[in-house]
Design a protein around this ligand. Sequence first.
Ligand code: KMT
Ligand code: NI
Length: 176
Amino acid sequence: MVQAWLMDSSEEDQRAPHHRVPPQYLTIDDLKSLGVLYWKIPVQNVDELDKLRKERGYSYEDVIECSREKLPNYDEKLKDFFREHLHSDEEIRYIVDGSGYFDVRNKKDEWIRISLEPSDLLILPAGIYHRFTLDQNNYIKARRFFVGEPVWTPINRPADEHPARKEYMTALTNEA
Ligand code: KMT
Ligand code: NI
């Protein structure tokens, strides 16, 4: 099962797990309450992925492979991924190889670390502050989905006045 936990406050090695002591895990429902959606879809289960794609209108798809060999401007890109930001659209990643961490802010503005591996599909809602890092395995390959023409632009924090942020905050407040 996907693991998610509250991070400690150490700024050291971003690729380390950064558990609190003792570890504090979160459930998929905890993630859901932040608008973060998760599915485990075995790589051979093409039908389930297809169904989700149709339901959510994901018309665009490509693949991103994060390794020094495969990702152009590797160092710069990884630095940008780890800078806290939001997007005006969902960020959808389906992991097919390797592993990595998506960090998202909870309602108390603490970091939650979500550990992803093959078969994990994660959807971050538009407007959530987040970041990504490789873990100590230093490799991930993911399928990216998008509704329409993709926009990958990160909007770095602070972006509290951004319409997507405002909408996200409203959705969070209305959530029970
Ligand atoms: C992103 O936007 O942060 C990424 O695409 C990271 C690599 S995909 C797991
Ligand atoms: Ni992002």
